[in-house]
Design a protein around this ligand. Structure first.
Ligand code: PLP
Ligand code: COI
Length: 335
């Protein structure tokens, strides 16, 4: 494998794990070598969007060990998402077993140390029972597959330009934005396509009610740096990013103030640095934010990653790779 030139895409590996929920109970975790699932055409995931997923990463350290980043947080968010759209929660121990089995069965697909690559782990829960009326399925399938990946934004740790979207929303204030469910991503696709066509890396969604505040940044949370402060939006419609939480802890540890609050669009003019953060994106610094409807363009920094974002990026990736001591207890050694 050419680990150094991986992009964020699907690569076939040897195995995935599967576990069925039937008659009100979870079965056992089974390894499968098939990439396909056989499913009823009336399954609730196909018609009514009963689908949730997660994303986390495992890394190969210099010492050869496999490190998994904050899986307990993903397990917890998976339960939150399941609860939100009326699916049975996957117990943390079952989640752990499936994730660990999937990693260990595909060890040769973990990119080597020093290549910027990692093993992306994608747990998925779908309603598989046949229903015609709108109601929760009685049967579910929990799958965990993995794929070696490189950076989500092809630029890697280089600033990208973003476009504010004012005519489409990703999620409503009391909607499904805090759940990692496929429907949110479908809702955002047309906006992302519009941004791509206009030459931007992705979309900044605003709060759906007032269109005054920054909500989310494509498949990532938004953060900014100003006056030695790490600032990130508080909103009832965004995904509670584990990367963002980790950056808040690191920022605090580095002596920055941290603020989670509503962030007005116009504040973009005052930020020294800005970025998108997430498991896939890690940190993607943001240089220009265009707001075409308001005929505004915000330029942040000089087109190079800012000093605070760089320190945050270096520390986060050092913990993930095992180059820095795991002072926060974020790492589980898988093997
Ligand atoms: N927001 C959205 C919409 C996402 O899809 C993701 C990716 O998981 C994130 C934020 C970042 O969350 P995390 O850091 O937990 O990966
Ligand atoms: C992740 O960062 O894990 C995500 O889920 C982003 C994904 C939608 C590509």
């Amino acid at each position: 494998m050419d680990w150094k030139n991986l992009s964020f895409g699907y690569t076939k590996t040897n195995y995935n794990t599967r576990c069925y929920y039937r008659n009100g109970k979870w079965g056992s975790v089974e390894l499968s070598d098939s990439e396909y699932i056989n499913m009823h055409m009336a399954a609730t995931c196909l018609h009514y969007g009963q689908e949730i997923f997660e994303g986390m990463k495992a890394f190969r350290g210099k010492d050869g060990k496999i490190r998994l980043f904050r899986w307990e947080e993903n397990a917890k968010r998976f339960r939150h998402s399941a609860h939100g759209i009326m699916m049975p929660e996957v117990p943390d121990e079952l989640f752990k077993e499936a994730v660990f089995k999937s990693i260990l069965a595909n060890k040769e697909f973990i990119p080597s140390y020093g290549t910027q690559g990692s093993l992306y782990i994608r747990p998925l829960l779908i309603g598989t029972g046949a229903e015609l009326g709108v109601k929760p399925s009685r049967e579910y399938l929990f799958i965990v597959f993995v794929s070696p990946v490189g950076p989500y934004f092809k630029e890697g740790f280089k600033p990208v330009n973003m476009m504010i979207c004012r005519d489409m929303d990703r999620a409503a204030p009391h909607g499904t934005g805090t759940y990692k469910t496929g429907g949110n991503y479908a809702a955002g696709m047309r906006a992302v396509e519009k941004a791509h066509k206009a030459g931007y890396a992705n979309v900044i969604f605003l709060d759906a009610k007032e269109k005054k505040y920054i909500d989310e940044c494509g498949p990532a949370n938004f953060f900014a740096i100003r006056d030695n402060t790490y600032i990130t939006p508080e909103s009832p419609s965004i995904l509670d990013s584990i990367t963002n939480k980790s950056l808040i802890s690191l920022a605090d540890n580095m002596g920055l103030k941290t603020e989670r609050r509503k962030v007005k669009v116009e504040e973009l003019a005052t930020f020294e640095e800005a970025g998108a953060c997430g498991t896939a994106a890690v940190i993607s610094p943001i240089h220009i934010v265009a707001d075409p409807v308001m005929r505004k363009e915000y330029v942040i920094g000089n087109g190079e990653p800012g000093p605070v974002s760089t320190r945050l990026y270096n520390r986060l990736t050092a913990v993930q790779l095992g180059d820095e001591q795991d002072a926060f207890g974020w790492i589980t050694i898988v093997e």
